[in-house]
Design a protein around this ligand. Structure first.
Ligand code: GRE
Ligand code: ZN
Length: 325
């Protein structure tokens, strides 16, 4: 399929490169691919039929800069560099802004600057933030973020919840099993749990028009949300349910969109389509941690209707972001 739009397409700047180089995907030339904005990736996009990449910074990047002022400065710098790329090639690139969640007021300010001045189509945050100290980790359901969610809802822009590695104090679960860390499994546990915290905390009752994007076909949640709600009913009746008023499925169906990043498997895609419909799913590669070629060749050939391929590959994104393509 020609004209695909990808939603999880990463780059780095020198200041955020470090942690990404530790991954097994850090092959020869990997650093160049991550730092590149307009050359290597454009060639790949042309070759495999991608019209557009919605760019985002690598992980954990800003969320791991526990000095607040530094987090603010690096986020601004990264957003400016990214915006320069999409200003040069507006038909090929857009971007999700990085945000310094260490300081909720500064995050709100950068949200407005990124959307109103730079033209970002949304924001992407890499899970929990380390604040002031590397061991002080804060998740997005924390009450300090309520004003941020209010402003985000007003902006009408989506929030992409992207994985990061578990903090050592939570990683006892995979202690001695480093091969289960990162994108193998640790990212999924961390991010699905974080998403469930958000679905639990009541923000979707308070701000019913929030739009959340979750990659990797929803980090397993489309396969588990039925069971989670069944059990949650019992928990609610027993008097220790969450602040959220509705079944999680309803928030997933209304407030959450899913992407195919790093999940180039037909059966999970079909299951996700059966659970939430093809309007809620959008194409993504996860470049350069995954290959554009593999993502595109799988998607172009996977056995779905051409109508669904067009929606997931392109049209849903045009509608979702209001792109003028
Ligand atoms: C990512 O998407 O950010 C990522 C990493 C490291 C390995 C795989 C991966 O940061 O998808
Ligand atoms: Zn990613």
């Amino acid at each position: 399929m020609l004209g695909k739009i990808g939603l999880e397409e990463h780059f780095a700047i020198e200041e955020t490169l470090g942690p990404s180089m530790g991954f097994a995907s850090a092959r020869v030339g990997f650093k160049e691919k991550l730092l590149d904005l307009l050359e290597i990736r454009l060639d790949l996009m042309d070759k495999y039929g991608m019209d557009m990449m919605i760019l985002s910074l690598n992980s954990p990047a800003i969320q791991a800069i526990y000095n607040k002022q530094e987090a603010i400065d690096v986020a601004k710098k990264a957003n400016d560099i990214m915006a320069n790329a999409f200003a040069q090639k507006p038909n090929r690139f857009r971007g999700f802004a990085a945000l310094p969640m260490q300081d909720p007021d500064a995050a709100i300010e950068e949200l407005h600057r990124a959307v109103d001045e730079l033209g970002c189509v949304g924001v992407l945050v890499n899970g929990f933030s380390q604040i002031d100290d590397k061991d002080n980790i804060v998740y997005l359901d924390d009450p300090r973020y309520r004003p941020f969610w209010a402003e985000l809802e007003k902006s009408g822009k989506p929030f992409y919840l992207h994985p990061r590695k578990m903090h050592p104090k939570n990683a006892g679960l995979i202690d001695g099993h480093p091969w289960l860390d990162g994108a193998t499994w640790g990212f999924t546990v961390e991010t699905a749990t974080h998403a469930l915290r958000l679905l639990s905390c009541g923000i979707f009752d308070e701000y019913p028009d929030l739009k959340i994007l979750i990659g990797h076909l929803g980090e397993t949640l489309p396969f588990l949300v039925g069971r989670i709600d069944n059990r949650m009913n019992i928990v609610r009746k027993a008097g220790f349910g969450p602040p959220a008023q509705k079944p999680f499925y309803e928030y997933m169906a209304k407030n959450v969109w899913l992407t195919t990043s790093g999940q180039f498997q037909t059966a999970p895609l079909l299951a996700t389509m059966m659970e939430f419909g093809s309007d809620k799913i959008m194409f993504a590669t996860d470049w350069p941690f995954e290959e554009v070629q593999e993502a595109c060749e799988w998607f172009d050939a996977c056995p779905i209707s051409e109508l669904d391929r067009q929606k997931i590959g392109r049209d849903n994104a045009i509608k979702f972001f209001g792109l003028d393509l």
